[in-house]
Design a protein around this ligand. Structure first.
Ligand code: MZP
Length: 501
């Protein structure tokens, strides 16, 4: 007879943290969010740690090279999506490793003759006030001029004017040649009292922009996740089908950490993939596996040699696996079970395997709950897809801006390998994910700062200044429906609502 678990499958919103004694040391500036990414032996240091417990989801609509750079700059990590050709994924990894901090690819470019109103719209959408004018309107076109929001007064200008009327033409621009160092670029910026220095190649094609403010920021960004050569650390998603060719290409491109991307990680194909890595690279190449939802799945992947293990089936915001197939587990229950198994495994073997909670983070406080339950870091899709740095378009809907966000199990992504059960098929026979919109939220940095402050503040309430301490000290309670209502504003007339009435 089938085994029926006694416990109900529960999720984050059903729990709350209880405060612990907050001592003098428990202030946000003392909180460290550093956390292990790959497994390590008791008393040793992991090969890779994160400076903040965030990784971005292995998804087309989330983790491209721009996201990887922005997130590593803040101390987290992206796994570049694997549902693309081996060549293009390896190219993205190479670009992240090649990226020179401080040299940015311009994301606001127009063709000569573009109307001022279209430039104003572009500036509003990207939040970036510097726009380049190139012969083909792309970031790699021949540079013809530069315009910033200080070059036109919207209230006085005719919005139907061509942008050429306002731009500083190339003849009058201070530019530098590709190949100069960041500190040389910075010297030119100071000597010429400019805010932005375009870097061009020998044919006059735009390569990068260097901004005065970025240089200052880089100096003040000690949290960035860097390798020994000061390049950003980057991950990549792989599947259990083409790993014999994909992994060597990614390793050759300089990837730091791999992660098998699958909706169901409790499978022999994951073990085969890890075996391949160990046979070819020993322990030099780090590889995470998943997703699992219970102690059995964890133990299987731990014994197969995974460097970290991801938890979560069916909880993703774009996921319809539970509806389509009736399989999965509430994210809190899954995490509790897996973390217990991880702790047992650590006691038994002295090997600590970091656990990643993947999917289902709706509110910032869910991240703190995931960490309190014992996760070492979280993987998020929807959270990151909202930002400028995700690879998708910003779309205007009514008076609001939204971004597109689609699941890897949707027909749009066609990531059949993620749902692969070993049969020879090249497409999805049914969808496990949806194609959707989410509210556009602006730059990653600004949003993440708020999230991080909330996490640090809650950790202080829980008397913890490290994630390890939170794992040990956190106390959580189940909540009733009525007490959930009590937790938001109630029995008052909100002023914002009052205005609308
Ligand atoms: P979320 O942060 O949007 O709630 O969830 C992101 C996670 O959902 C991903 O990291 C991945 O594990 C999972 N995912 C991605 N695509 C699908 C799908 O199409 C999915 N069903 O479930």
């Amino acid at each position: 007879m089938a085994k029926i678990l006694e416990d109900i499958s529960r999720t984050f919103s059903e729990y709350l943290l209880l405060p612990n004694l907050t001592t003098e040391q428990c202030i946000p500036t003392n909180v460290s969010l550093k956390t292990p990414l790959t497994k390590f032996k008791k008393g040793e240091e992991p090969k890779y740690s994160l400076n903040i417990p965030f990784v971005s989801a292995i998804m087309q609509s989330v983790s491209g090279e721009k996201m990887a750079i922005a997130l590593a700059r803040e101390g987290g990590l992206s796994f570049i999506f694997g549902s693309q050709s081996i060549e293009s994924q390896a190219e993205m990894v190479r670009n992240v490793k090649k990226h020179k901090a401080g040299f940015v690819r311009s994301d606001s470019n127009v063709k000569t003759g573009t109307k001022l109103k279209d430039v104003v719209e572009l500036v509003k959408r990207t939040g970036h006030s510097t726009v380049t004018i190139t012969d083909d309107g792309t970031a790699r076109g021949r540079l013809l001029g530069l315009v910033t929001d200080k070059d036109y007064r919207i209230s006085k200008a005719d919005l139907d004017d061509e942008i050429n009327k306002y731009m500083t033409p190339i003849e009058k621009l201070v530019c530098a040649k590709k190949g100069i160092t960041l500190s040389e670029a910075n010297d030119i910026i100071w000597e010429n009292k400019i805010n932005c220095l375009p870097i061009v190649d020998d044919e006059g094609r735009l390569a990068y922009l260097v901004f005065r403010k970025d240089y200052e920021e880089r100096k003040n960004n000690p949290n960035s996740l860097l390798d020994a050569e000061k390049r950003y650390i980057v991950g990549a998603g792989i599947n259990t089908r083409d790993y014999e060719t994909r992994i060597p290409a990614l390793v050759e491109a300089g990837v730091d950490v791999l992660c098998i991307d699958s909706s169901d990680g409790y499978s022999v194909w994951q073990k085969n993939t890890i075996d391949f890595v160990r046979a070819k690279y020993g322990n030099d190449v780090k590889i995470g596996a998943g997703n699992v939802v219970d102690a059995e799945g964890f133990r299987y992947l731990a014994e197969a040699g995974a460097d970290f293990i991801k938890v979560g089936v069916g909880g993703g915001s774009i996921c319809i696996t539970r509806e389509q197939k009736g399989i999965g587990r509430g994210q809190a229950s899954a995490l509790i079970d897996v973390v217990n198994a991880r702790n047992e495994y650590f006691k038994e073997t002295g090997i600590y395997i970091p656990v990643c909670s993947d999917g289902g983070i709706v509110h910032d406080y869910h991240i703190t709950l995931a960490l309190a339950f014992g996760a070492d870091f979280v993987m998020m899709g929807r959270y990151f897809a909202r930002f400028d740095e995700s690879p998708t378009r910003v779309v205007k809907m009514g008076n609001n801006y939204v971004k597109e966000y689609w699941g890897e199990g949707s027909n749009r992504a066609k990531n059949w390998q993620r749902y692969d059960l070993g049969e020879d098929k090249e497409k999805l026979s049914f969808e496990e994910g949806v194609d959707s919109y989410i509210p556009y939220a602006g730059p990653l940095k600004d949003n993440m700062q708020v999230t991080i402050s909330k996490i640090k503040s809650t950790m202080c309430n829980c008397g913890s200044i490290t994630i390890e301490e939170l794992h040990q000290k956190a106390r959580l309670t189940l909540v009733s429906n009525i007490s959930i209502q009590e937790g938001s504003a109630h029995d008052v007339i909100l002023k914002e609502l009052d205005k609308k009435l």
